[in-house]
Design a protein. Sequence first.
Lengths: 681, 100
Amino acid sequence: MRFRYVHIIAALFLLGGMGFQFFFSYRRASTRVQERMDLEMQVAQEKLLFELYDAYNAVYQLEDFMADDMNNPTDLLDETREIMKLYPHFFTFYVAYPPYAFPAKGKWYGLRSYRVRDSISSNVFGGENHNYFEREWWRGALESGRSGFWSQPYHDNVFDEPIFTYSNDYHDKKNNVTCVIGVDFSVNWVQQLLEQFKPFDEVNLAVYSSSGTLLTSSTSQDSTLFNVSNAQDRFAGKDWVVSRKTLNPIDIDLVMAVPKSYVWESIRVGILVPFAVFILGILVVAYLIHRISRDERENIRLGAEQKVIAHELVIAHGIQMGILKNRPLKESKNPAGEQDIDLHAILLPMREVGGDLYDFHREGDTIWFIIGDVSGKGVPAAMFMSAVVNLFRAIGRRSHTPKQIMEEMNSVLSENNPSLTFVTAFIGRLHIPSGQLLFCNAGHCPPLIVESGASSVKRVQLEPNIPLGYDGRYSFAEEGCILGEGEKLVLYTDGVTEARNSKGEMLGMSRLSALAGGDKDLLAAIKQYIGDAEPTDDITLMTIRKTDSVRPVSLRVVNQADQWPVLRQAIHEYGICVGIEKRTLKKLEVASEEAVVNIVRYSQATKIEMALSLQNSAFSIQLSDDGVAFDPTAHEVKTDAVEERQIGGMGISLIRQIADEVHYERVNEKNVLTIAKSTSC
Amino acid sequence: MKINIVANGQETRVCLAGELDTTATTNQAEELNQVIALADKALEIDCSELEYISSAGLRFFMQLKRESEAKGGSVRISHLNEDVNDIFRMSGFQNIFQID
């Protein structure tokens, strides 16, 4: 949360800084403008005064002329012209005489030269309509004494311009007024001169009378002559930076004013560019902080979710490990409580849960077991894995052989498998005393058998078949072998053979064989091989070592015909385990059936015992019964005249033809018939 | 085992599938007797799906042949697999039956 406000606080600081920056820049710029205008006004004022004082010179000049030629006033006209030429800033230059100074000229007689645009005109003025004795300049000149008179600005009706006048009277030696000499200046000229001192284009200029009447200004809207509105206030107030000078002696105000907006504009770029950069920077920082804090929140959220998932996975791990049997010792003991096998099983999931599986269950002297690997990894594989294990437990208790279990499981798993998840599996059934290992493989890695004393390690030869889950009607091959005394069956998943060490080298079959035959505990040796390398798959290992000696298969059944299938199944399975050829096995089954049928029919025995063994690579079936003595080998075999043969005789005939050796003896009141057939033929 | 009887024109075909052993001849005697009841006809015993036979099964064939000869029918055995054929050979049955 505190992260959220950092960028707002940063922005406030930056904005505060910007405000100060702006304020001081503006103040400094205002002062600079003010000083600059004041300076220009000072110079302009001096320049104007300098120009105005030309009026004195001009007047003296004309006085001098008049002193020379007093009696010819007409020449004066030319002289005013000449003087006008000398002073181009003069608006009018004139000389006026008192009433009747020249009787011939009448009451008014004035001579003047004036400027019309760039040329100078001269004329005589004065009359009823132009009674200059009433004019301020006339009266002022007479009243002002020797120094002359500067008029207030006034409106010149003839030229329709605001002007002001310097006038002075001229006296003769008797101190009578001879004439008044005047110079008119245009206020517009003042304005134009001021224009030259504008420090910036944006400067407004204005000339006011002392009474506050606007005379001229640089803006057209103000140019109304003698506007009576209170124009003095135009540059007053906060909107303007104003420089004001009073021009003596005519007592007019010169005003130079620049709108404050100009000050702002002059510093605008200098303020706005950094300001924009700052704002941009703030936005970028704000955005980054926002992103970071959002990511932070997202991370916190994801972290929480991850914790939930991780927690669930821990539980799932517990469930999966719980599914797996972890007390093999209990199943390593026979019903009498003696340990006859050494059983170990371990599953190391790559992640919390995985698709590897194993299971085993023991009933009496027989142990059923499965090892498998569900395609895929993680949770989906683990879900399938638990289904496979439970299926094995349910079916494995009902079905007899690994082939039957495998086919039933395959049927169920293929039935409803939209994800086409498949399982490789190896199911085995070990009859521990006899070492008969009947198994069925569904695409799983072939197990190893480590011989007693670890002298050699061999791979169990098997049909690969197909994995479970594809084809529910597939017929799996049924296979088997004999696990001898001290021999160890090593079952594993491909996570073992494909385990890599830190150099990336796979363990492989040959290394696994070597490790399995070694002295070390296999799991510890595999773990040592992997070392620090990241596991890439689940690792599952199950070993079953037969610790006691191999005993022959022996069965005892009551003497009834319906017990034959039990015996036949035992012969069939044993035949598979000792690797007898199938056709030979079938014939042996026929021979045995004939022998058993004979016992059932004729011996009146109560029980039949059967012992199966492999001796000198001969498959031996020994049947004994407690019935009346009967030696089937004593009967002659007749291959012809079939129709005449006794039913029993036909059976005996078959036995003798099928078996390599048929041996009968009467031992301890028992008929003992041994049927042997070489497995090599 | 399974027994399937198909009347096919002049010949009647009997398909035997599975194992014809002591258990089968005991448990399915009734069905086998139905086959024997057809002994007056021309019979083809199709053994393509017969996987196992013991002397109990051979006895059924013997019975069938006797009845057939008595009633003027005929028995022809077809499609014996190797295992079953071995037993037929060993028991000398191949000499007394017409085996295709």
